[in-house]
Design a protein around this ligand. Sequence first.
Ligand code: PMP
Ligand code: GLN
Length: 378
Amino acid sequence: HTSKLPNVGTTIFTVMSQLAAKENAINLSQGFPNFPSDPKLIEMVQQALRENYNQYAPMPGAMILREAIAEKMEYLYQKKYCPETEVVVTVGATEAIYTIISAFVRPNDEVIIFTPAYDCYAPAVEVHGGKVVPIQLKGKEFEMDWNEVRSKINSKTKLMIINTPHNPSGTVLSKADMLELASILENTNIILLSDEVYEHIVFDGEKHQSAALFPKLAERTFITASFGKTFHNTGWRIGYCVAPKELMNEFKKVHQFNVFSVHHPTQIAIGKYLKIPENYLQLPAFFQEKRDFFLNAIKDSRFTWKPSQGTYFQVLSYEHITDELDTEFAKRLTREHKIASIPLSVFNTNKEDHKLLRFCFAKTEKTLADAAEILNKV
Ligand code: PMP
Ligand code: GLN
């Protein structure tokens, strides 16, 4: 039988993490922290286990967590989502993204994505018979070309996927970008999927421009988010999405027969923890310190960069070091120099290669210092 996804191999995150392990290299490739989650949060999970939250959670998620999510959305973005009907807890943002696509994309529907794009979007569209319409962000600064966006929209466009702060580039969309997008989508039926898993990781005093801040966008938008990214526990696989009720009704039809509901004790714990705003308000400063430590430590290296504006990734250019393809150079750095990163070209549909590698700085200072020592000798 023929494959529904003939061009899909193993995700680059698994490939590079496995190579890092095999080569005993420092792993700054796949994005996950190497420091522990808050012990208070761990204790809350243990408490939930003891209190016997060990049976099925409600299908859309534990109420305490849905309420906490709605409170946070109102607190940060002044947007009210109804915890009963407009919030669903998912198996990481990954399940939310897949389920949105599954619930809405029919064969031959077009889905606009911006490349370099996180690698779970396109296969989910293709497995449902949809057509991915990629728009390349321009040059090394990953600029949006809104005129090109206008030109790619037509009556077949069902969904557009944006991601801010952006993985892998570390750029963020501005208020002007979001207003431009709202005006482009006005008077269309296009659904927006706004992947905001790094909403709490924005630097240099900038404010995250959530789609929730813009009423004309919010009315057509699913926002997806990830507690793995927010609370340093990517292995727990807890994420969520919010959307207006009519959209969410369709989402739930798929979610209930895909996973039904999500790991219960962690939801109870995260619900309590999320109700304390300080637990996420401290994140920008926490990660900015790591970004600055890392960049300062490699300031004499031959790499060049623009500081990450958001996410916990820093893109480095090696144009002054070698002409190798980024995929080749990333592997050689891992084998010979014992440091693993992610080549950016794999996220471009046309494999456009700007000689850029992505490094994850969600690591202890010790790890970042060891990594810098290596990078300074490359
Ligand atoms: N979107 C982006 C942009 C990501 O970087 C990731 C990885 N954290 C996800 C979605 C998936 O998040 P999760 O681990 O919660 O499934
Ligand atoms: N989001 C993580 C990254 O960008 C990877 C998550 C995964 O491996 N599924 O590195």
